[in-house]
Design a protein around this ligand. Sequence first.
Ligand code: GNR
Ligand code: NI
Length: 171
Amino acid sequence: MARLTILRFPDPRLHFVAKPVAAVDERMRTLVDDMLETMYDAEGVGLAATQVDVHERVIVMDTSEEHDHPVVLINPELVWKSEEMSVNEEGCLSVPQTYDRVERHARVKVQALNRDGQPFELDAEGLSAVCVQHEMDHLMGKVFVEYLSFLKRDRIKTRMLKKLREEQRAR
Ligand code: GNR
Ligand code: NI
């Protein structure tokens, strides 16, 4: 297994649209395992392939308390969403130390393939529903800060670029 580098906003590659996975083969299982290692290492509850610069429809998540229930979604498709909405504080491994409120569907059903290439349905609510919608946005090239006002997004962008420059100077 290997830890992958997570792209950081405002990297333009975070806005690429992911393509469907053609085959759940050995290469895909290696990617999934590396993404899980990367997610657990970064203490995230989800990770989309887009964030590790792989532009294919792959998501890993684990919203369990004990971090022992990995969920793999390959070629996820939203098949149902509740009319009821819910506002939650979100963060993103690609936008460190930034949290803000985003409105999402309270519950969703997603069809996907698992790590073995078998179809399954995920019935998500609570954090799991927030996370799967956040990750599916990543696959469409969308980062949660795009739901915020222009002013907030611009401030975040400026702060991220400043941090990046400071890190580059420290190296
Ligand atoms: O680790 C994460 N936590 C989180 C918290 C609230 C809403 C969404 C998330 S997803 C995030 C990991 C991440 O950036 N996934 O793309
Ligand atoms: Ni994210």
